[in-house]
Design a protein around this ligand. Structure first.
Ligand code: ADP
Length: 693
């Protein structure tokens, strides 16, 4: 396969470069092959993996960004579900507790074991729609005839109250006998006891209150107060004057009785008033804890009573007496006025009663908000908010769920905590990844570039060496052929005239010199390259070396119709140098000037002292050198790529030998050249001799 390819390439090359020798063609082919292999290696080890890496990297970055948003959405869904579950658990537990307490006849709202901070009131209704717990509907006694309170005896007693309490007490006693109902009778007796107390007859009053408590306990006054409660209050107050301990205990008992009683929507407020007064009286003697607890309970009951009074009439509209509405749990809900009340009711599971409760909407909202906050504690990325009628969903909302039936018209919405932050961190991540990717690619490309350059340089050197071998063999062949031809024609006596004979001898000498110069150069180059070239420095007038060398060269030049102009400054000094080596330098430069000059052209050799240096210049008016080739001239095997230069035969080692020798003498070579005008090679030698060989 390889051979086939080689053959194909060879025939192609032969067609492209028909005038190249076999050796050169082979060189060219080997070089082409190496370059092609290098390109293939570069393609498969750098380019393809690099592109694949970049593609995989970029698509991974894209996928990651998508995955992040998907994750945020899922997290949002999870959070919403969690919050809703928590809300539902709260409510289910809450409903059950309210119901249990109501069934037991207790109020679900008391400060000792409050079920929920947002429960304002709750009550149970029986199948007839009447209140069953914790309030009663007990109406105040109807007052058909109020003439008793306008009777002369009653009015006289009232008139005496201010200044004659004893007489007033007697008048009220009198009135009690005239009373036509137990209410009138009780109230008259109560007033009589009150006047006795005012008159200072405390023991008598205490006794009368005790009797009233025993006999008229449930009897109501005109304003609806229970006489039993009023009598207890008054008796306690009086007994406190005698003994605060005993009186205080009486009043505390009264407070407990009032607070534990099932309050009626009608007279609950009166009970509350008596309890409040009793608490005021025992303020100084009662235990602080008990006092605070009782006040709290009282406040709660008053508050509940207030809300129950608001809600109950509304409920009656939906649940008129004797008619049971088929209401399912959570179905009935509305706001009551501006009080942000929400009511719901549900059927008891095994009885036809139902329960209703009123909630403080803003407290409930806060509670759910607190829940959303606590539920999102774990989530750094999303936030759950409660949406009310007047609160719009955030623009970056990921999902929303209704809070029905718990909180009609309310919704939960979940949104990223900070979309901008997420985007930024994602962008940062992407940038980082991309930077790493780019860095990796840059390193790969740089590494590959470096390797390619090195390999390229090696290939160029290899090519130059191959070219060198081809050039040397070619350079050797032509003088040898010449010498042989001329020698043979002499041998065969083919040269007859004097002129012909001389021409043959000259050619043999010239070609031998060329041959020996070439061999010298190759050997020198090998010695220099191997690092074992040495020079013998001697103090010799430099003019002598230049003159003898130019003399030797001149003959060949003149043969080619070239004019060699030598100009030596008269004050050239003795310079420590190796005359053979310097001669070789000059010969190389002169033969280059001739080679790259033009037929019939001029070559100038000029030497003078400039400052501390001897400067020898070899100038021509030849093809010149392009500026970008100047830096490479002295490299091993370097030959110009200019076709005009390439036409001239050469090996590319002459100038590198020149440079080496001049530098071994502590000097330097400078070139100045203009294309198609000519070149000048200037050798600068220091006047002080080199210290080592
Ligand atoms: P070569 O054997 O090719 O002459 P050299 O090392 O002597 O090798 O020269 C290197 C290259 O420098 C030549 O190939 C030629 O292109 C260029 N060069 C040298 N001297 C001259 C000159 N006097 N004029 C133009 N080009 C020159």
């Amino acid at each position: 396969m390889d051979k086939l390819l080689d053959r194909a390439l060879a025939s192609l090359a032969r067609r492209v470069w028909p005038d190249r020798s076999e050796v050169r063609l082979r060189n060219e082919l080997t070089h082409l092959r190496s370059r092609a292999q290098l390109a293939v290696i570069f393609l498969f080890t750098v380019l393809v993996p690099g592109v694949a890496l970049a593609w995989i990297g970029m698509s991974a970055i894209g996928a990651e960004s998508q995955a992040m948003w998907e994750e945020v959405r899922q997290e949002g869904d999870r959070e919403l579900r969690d919050v809703l579950k928590e809300v539902e658990e709260q409510f289910t537990g809450f409903e059950a507790q309210v119901k249990t307490r109501l069934v037991a006849g207790r109020s679900p709202v008391d400060n000792q074991s409050s079920i929920s901070p947002f429960l304002l009131t709750s009550f149970r209704l029986d199948s007839s729609g009447s209140l069953a717990a914790p309030f009663t509907e007990e109406p105040l006694p109807p007052l058909q005839d109020q003439s008793f309170y306008f009777s002369p005896t009653w009015r006289q007693a009232q008139a005496l109250e201010a200044n004659a309490p004893t007489a007033a007490a007697a008048a009220y006693l009198q009135a009690s006998r005239q009373a036509e109902s137990i209410h009138e009778e009780g109230e008259a007796l109560f007033n009589s006891a009150r006047m006795k107390a005012k008159a200072g007859d405390r023991d008598e009053a205490i006794g009368m209150y005790a009797d009233l408590f025993a006999d008229y306990s449930e009897v109501r006054t005109l304003h609806g107060f229970r006489l039993g409660d009023l009598a207890s209050l008054k008796r306690g107050e009086l007994r406190m004057q005698v003994d605060p301990e005993i009186g205080g205990a009486d009043l505390r008992e009264l407070v407990e009785r009032l607070l534990n009683r099932r309050w009626s929507l009608g007279s609950g407020a009166l009970d509350a008033a008596i309890a409040a007064r009793a608490l005021e009286l025992v303020e100084d003697v009662a235990e602080k804890d008990w006092l605070a607890r009782s006040r709290g309970r009282l406040d709660n009951q008053v508050e509940q009573l207030y809300w129950a009074k608001q809600l109950y009439p509304e409920l009656r509209v939906f649940h008129p007496e004797g008619r049971v509405l088929p209401v399912a749990r959570g179905e009935f809900s509305y706001r009551l006025g501006n009080n942000a009340l929400w009511a719901t009711m549900w059927w008891g599971e095994d009885n036809p009663d139902f329960y209703a409760f009123a909630l403080d909407i803003s407290a409930l909202e806060q509670e759910i908000q607190a829940m959303t906050r606590s539920a999102t504690r774990t989530s750094e990325t999303v936030n759950v908010v409660v949406l009310t009628a007047d609160r719009e969903a955030p623009s970056d909302t990921l999902a929303r769920r209704s809070l029905n039936p718990w909180l009609r018209g309310y919704e939960l919405a979940v949104h990223p905590r900070s979309a901008a932050d997420l985007e930024n961190s994602q962008r940062r991540k992407t940038a980082q990844r991309a930077a790493i990717l780019v860095l990796a690619l840059v390193i790969i490309v740089m590494g590959a570039g470096l390797t390619l350059r090195l390999v390229g340089q090696e290939l160029t050197i290899a090519r130059s060496q191959a070219d060198f071998a081809a050039n040397v063999s070619h350079e050797l062949r032509s003088p040898i052929t010449q010498i042989r031809l001329k020698g043979e024609s002499l041998q065969l006596g083919m040269a007859e005239t004097e002129e012909e004979l001389n021409d043959h001898y000259d050619a043999i000498v010239r070609e031998s010199e060329r041959l020996s110069r070439l061999v010298d150069n190759v050997l020198d180059f090998a010695a220099i390259d191997g690092g074992h070239k040495t020079y013998t420095f001697r103090p010799v007038p430099i003019a002598q070396t230049i003159e003898s060398t130019v003399q030797a060269a001149r003959y060949g030049m003149e043969m080619r119709d070239m004019h060699l102009d030598l100009s030596l400054s008269p004050h050239l000094p003795v310079v420590v140098h190796d005359p053979e080596a310097i001669a070789q330098v000059l010969l190389n430069l002169i033969s280059n000037a001739a080679k790259y000059g033009k037929e019939g052209a001029w070559i100038g050799v000029n030497a003078e002292v400039v400052g501390e240096e001897v400067v020898i210049e070899i100038s021509d008016r030849g093809i010149g050198i392009s500026p970008d080739e100047l830096p490479h001239l002295f490299e091993h095997f370097y030959r110009s790529s200019d076709p005009a230069a390439r036409r001239r035969k050469g090996t590319g080692i002459g100038l590198s030998i020149v440079k080496y020798i001049v530098e071994a003498h502590g000097g330097r070579v400078e070139v100045s050249s203009t294309l198609n005008v000519g070149s000048t090679f200037a050798l600068h030698f220091p006047l002080t001799p080199p210290t080592s060989a």
